[in-house]
Design a protein around this ligand. Structure first.
Ligand SMILES: *Cc1c(COP(=O)(O)O)cnc(C)c1O
Length: 412
């Protein structure tokens, strides 16, 4: 467990994997020995300087870290031009879209595959919705020569054919899942089932800061490289910490990765942005905190999109990476504690921010961080011009151009 500090937001989870009443290890008895073995191995790897050194080397030379901290000058000017006098914070981007494979997911996959190797596991499984975590997992499996089996809802296999082809090029085997709504949550259930039946040789790489303990804490730690770098870069560049930091939330891994190193910096305001789809008041959104209720899914207790009978509702967002019906348990806790503020942005707002960023900064962002950008533009306009706002640009938008063209009514 992490070193305990007095009055710290960074101590969690407790020994049972709980963040307050959230998190935990709600798994079948047959899975319990596996998650306990994983926890033990991860605890030892964390203390081991050779593990850290190996991970750092791959992050630097294979993933391309550190990612730059970039002052978005033209976006800042745009906000100031439309804001009240002396308003309009300086906007910075943490450029994780420049990572190999185009997003932050590889940070976590690299950490987990090194752990799998350390445990002597020879077979990797993963779940994927849009295919981005599947691609990142297939990438590291190719790099280390391990077989990769990716569970994917049959509906998603159909919808996401470019990523399915990418994964196949990388040597992965795709298993279409036809149970339930044949989307992400069903794929995750199927992956858990595989894990129980292949106890000896299999490692399950979960793609976000969710699942049974130790996954939420472990994925957070692997993604915290984002926040640690950003903090050091901001101190070097501006001589102080940002006033506000923002990130988008699907399951919450890029957000908790940025947020965690800043949690104890009391003067730093922290804002997470969920996907509001067609609007929180409709049933077509993916805002688990803003529009959901606590329940249990995928081995942990957290906020979920569910009906009165506790049936999980399918999430909707224009960005495939945000439409997960749950949220990592640490976010549920930070929300209840009030340390982090959770807002949301609709599909149309994300689309607008996507185009604005492309035109003003020459950066085509993924639709996921475009949700954070939408709220960041509003937020910056309310802040003083001497203040600093940092947004995590967690992915690039090459994958989204077809979706965007369709929404703009353009035929490619
Ligand atoms: C998968 C993905 C997300 C959502 O996942 P989190 O765990 O919430 O970070 C966000 N942005 C991009 C670019 C993604 O690929």
């Amino acid at each position: 467990m992490a070193k305990q500090e007095k009055n710290s937001w960074r101590n969690g989870p407790d020994e049972a994997g709980r963040f307050g009443t959230f998190g935990g290890r709600f798994v079948a008895e047959t899975l319990m020995p596996l998650v306990l073995a994983l926890e033990e191995e991860y605890d030892s790897a964390k203390q081991d300087p050779t593990f850290r050194a190996e991970l750092d080397d791959f992050l630097k030379n294979y993933v391309g870290r550190p990612s730059p901290l970039y002052f978005a000058e033209r976006l800042t000017d745009h906000v100031r031009a439309n804001a009240a006098p002396n308003k309009g914070a300086k906007i910075y981007f943490k450029r994780d879209e420049l990572n190999h494979t185009g997003a932050h997911k590889i940070n976590n996959c690299m950490g987990q595959i090194l752990l799998a190797r350390r445990m002597g596991k020879t077979r990797i499984i993963a779940e994927t919705g849009a295919g981005q975590h599947g691609v990142a997992t297939a990438t590291v499996c190719a790099r280390f020569g391990l077989p990769c089996i990716v569970y994917m809802g049959a509906t998603d296999v159909e919808r996401q054919s470019p990523n399915v082809f990418r994964m196949k090029l990388l040597g992965a085997e795709i298993v279409p899942v036809t149970s339930g709504a044949a989307t992400l949550k069903d794929a995750m259930n199927e992956a858990l089932r595989d894990w129980v039946t292949n106890v000896e040789d299999t490692f399950y790489i979960i793609g976000t800061a969710a699942g049974p303990h130790p996954y939420p804490a472990m994925v957070r730690d692997f993604q915290a490289v984002i926040g640690h770098e950003a903090k050091a870069q901001m101190l070097e560049r501006e001589g102080r910490l940002p006033d506000t930091i923002m990130a988008c939330i699907g399951g919450g891994s890029n957000a908790i990765g940025l947020f965690h190193p800043f949690l104890d910096d009391k003067d730093v305001e922290i804002i997470g942005i969920e996907a509001a789809g067609h609007g929180i008041e409709t049933d077509k959104h993916a805002a688990s905190l803003t529009g959901g209720q606590p329940g249990i899914l995928h081995g942990n207790r957290t906020y979920l999109l569910q009906d009165e009978d506790g049936q999980i509702n399918d999430a909707h967002s224009i960005s495939a990476g945000l439409d997960y019906p749950g949220i990592g348990p640490e976010h549920a806790w930070l929300h209840e504690q009030g340390r982090v503020t959770y807002l949301s942005a609709r599909d149309d707002e994300a689309l607008e921010a996507f185009q604005l960023c492309a035109r003003l900064e020459g950066i085509i962002p993924a639709l996921e961080p475009s949700h954070a950008l939408a709220r960041a533009v509003d937020k910056a306009a309310e802040m003083d011009h001497t203040q600093i706002l940092l947004v995590n640009l967690c992915g690039r938008g090459d994958k989204d151009i077809f979706t965007v063209a369709e929404h703009l009514g353009i035929k490619l």
